[in-house]
Design a protein around this ligand. Structure first.
Ligand code: HSE
Length: 296
């Protein structure tokens, strides 16, 4: 038996929700095939051009599977074939798609023995390999779909939010921003007045999504804690935001730890205008980039 799955790209942080709010998009997605093998252990075969490690301890999908295998018969063996379409390091949850995809696929092969929470727990080990930190704001939406709020990681408490229609335009400027670096520059302490503004926005955003109130969503898409620090790593960031909003976008920000930047729009024509603005900005900066449009 071979199980085939598609693991979607995800946008972590969702502007004000650093480490706690993320969403899955319809495309791009990675493809994976998994089957049992006769010998114990994990065999990883990469079927793409990215030359990612095949040693299960160094491969994020392998690390996630190893965590799962600690709760399985030691004689279990998997052969995992990975075809990535989500570019590693682009900031749209490439490592999460690998880790989450691997354990979701293995779980199907095992007759759904584990809960979705278990799968998030296993997959976070992949994120640890990728960035040194176990965060779930890419993993959870990748496994649950839609928008997820990670109220707590210890213990895991994941809430799914079904949003109104939202179109997503993402620009990936071809520069490298490592998640570990983008985390190390963050301030460890915040001002109370900034914290108040941030949790006002998070509450507003969640309420706006549940009430399908685009105005409230738009007003709440503001990050006063992380974005001011991280955005300096991304050329053109302020202009992308300003011109996208002028074109009608509801708002947006850094996708995960960057370098991709995403904007949300109510309808497709607006998302298309946003895409044109993004392309114009990076063309004028002379920076290679890739723009894609999708939905939540
Ligand atoms: N929440 C994580 C961070 C996401 O911003 O560091 C990384 O993709």
């Amino acid at each position: 038996q071979i199980i085939h799955i598609e693991a979607p790209a995800t946008v972590a942080n969702m502007v004000c929700g650093f480490d706690i709010l993320g969403f899955a998009v319809k495309a791009p997605y990675d493809e994976m095939n998994i089957r049992f093998r006769d010998e114990p252990g994990i065999l990883i075969v990469n079927e793409d051009e990215y030359n990612l490690p095949t040693d299960p301890e160094k491969n994020v999908a392998g690390a996630a599977l190893l965590a799962m295998m600690q709760e399985l018969d030691p004689a279990t063996g998997f052969e995992l074939r990975i075809r990535k379409h989500i570019k590693p390091g682009s900031g749209v949850g490439s490592s999460a798609a690998s880790s989450a995809g691997a354990v979701v696929a293995a779980n199907r092969l095992l007759g759904n023995r584990f809960s979705r929470e278990d799968l998030v727990r296993f997959a976070m080990n992949g994120e640890k390999v990728a960035s040194g930190v176990k965060h779930a704001d890419n993993i959870a939406p990748c496994i649950y779909g839609g928008i997820t709020l990670i109220r707590s990681i210890h213990p895991l408490d994941i809430i799914t939010i079904t949003p109104p229609p939202l179109h997503v335009t993402i620009v990936h400027p071809q520069i490298e921003v490592r998640t570990a670096d983008a985390r190390s520059i963050l301030k460890k302490q915040v001002q109370l007045k900034d914290a108040i503004r941030q949790w006002g926005n998070i509450g507003g955003l969640v309420a706006g999504l549940l009430k399908q109130d685009y105005e409230l969503i738009s007003r709440s898409l503001e990050d006063v804690l992380i974005e001011p620090v991280r955005s300096i790593l991304i050329p053109g960031f302020d202009e992308v935001k300003r011109r996208s909003k002028a074109a009608g976008a509801l708002g947006g920000g850094i996708s995960g730890s960057g370098p991709s930047v995403f904007m949300l729009s109510k309808d497709e024509p607006t998302a298309q205008l946003v895409a044109e603005e993004m392309k114009a900005i990076y063309r004028s900066l002379g920076l290679d980039h890739h723009v894609y449009m999708t939905t939540i």
